[in-house]
Design a protein around this ligand. Structure first.
Ligand code: HEC
Length: 225
């Protein structure tokens, strides 16, 4: 009996060590297969942060007690390159939604898991100030679900979400977006046309690609496709 339990001891020890090691928090790793495109800060990360955080009264500079989150340098102050787990920006958006410092605070809509993963990957890739090649713009195969809804959630729904939206305008569904194009001059706002407040308001603009995609979808009758 004694011999037997002595034999199992190393195995038990190993298990304990393995358990302790696995409960430590490791930084996530980038996939190794080299197939991931580098995240583009300018068109993928910055608009999400601007639309969800740089909203009026929060991180847009109007409230002096809160850090501004508009430019690359503003955002970089809250990020540790390559280390998402040490990055305050990622910490606050991945906390338990009930906890005090969770961002964005209720009643604002939480970031989606895709948006969080995108920000995490961008940090893992070194949190670089990347601008993007315009060559891979697909302004031909444009649908509401694959293209337009994504543009809205990246650039607009942080403010124009479903809960207390800015200007009372929610842009979270096909009907609401096509309605705003028809009756609220949505395109004049995003193109910064004379007499219309520019959207998004925080200083970043939609890419030429996004505008071309919106134009294409409109020219095809704003289908719910
Ligand atoms: C940071 C918050 C914020 C973001 C992001 C934002 N908006 Fe706005 N939007 C506002 C506010 C505030 C108003 C009302 C004041 C004004 O018109 O400037 C407004 C007004 C509008 C209006 C006019 C509504 C009306 O009743 O006339 C449209 C259309 C609009 N936004 C579209 C958009 C679109 C499209 C996007 C994304 C490309 C966007 N907004 C992104 C805050 C935002």
């Amino acid at each position: 009996m004694l011999v037997r339990s002595l034999k199992t001891l190393p195995a038990l020890l190993l298990l304990t060590v393995a358990f302790i090691a696995s409960s430590c928090k490791h930084e996530p790793e980038l996939p190794q297969n080299g197939t991931v495109d580098e995240i583009c800060f300018e068109s993928q990360v910055q608009p999400i942060i601007n639309s969800n955080c740089a909203v009026s009264g929060c991180h847009d500079g109007s409230n002096h007690e809160m850090p501004v989150l508009i430019t690359y340098n503003d955002i970089l102050r809250k990020v540790k390159a390559n280390k998402p787990n040490d990055s305050e920006l990622l910490k606050v958006i991945t906390k338990n939604p009930g906890s005090e410092s969770y961002m964005p605070p209720s009643p604002r809509t939480p970031l989606t898991s895709d948006q969080i993963r995108l920000i995490e990957t961008w940090i893992l890739e070194g949190a670089k100030n990347t601008t993007c090649a315009t060559t891979d713009c697909d302004s031909v195969n444009v649908t509401y679900s694959t293209t337009i809804a994504g543009i809205m959630s990246t650039y607009c729904t942080g403010c124009h979400g479903s809960v207390s939206p800015s200007a009372g305008l929610s842009l979270t569904s096909h009907g609401l977006v096509s309605g705003a194009i028809s009756t609220k001059h949505l395109m004049d706002h995003v193109k910064n046309a004379n007499g219309y407040s520019v959207m998004p308001p925080s200083g970043i603009t939609l890419t030429q690609c996004s505008i071309a995609q919106l134009n294409k979808w409109i020219s095809e009758g704003m289908q719910n496709n």
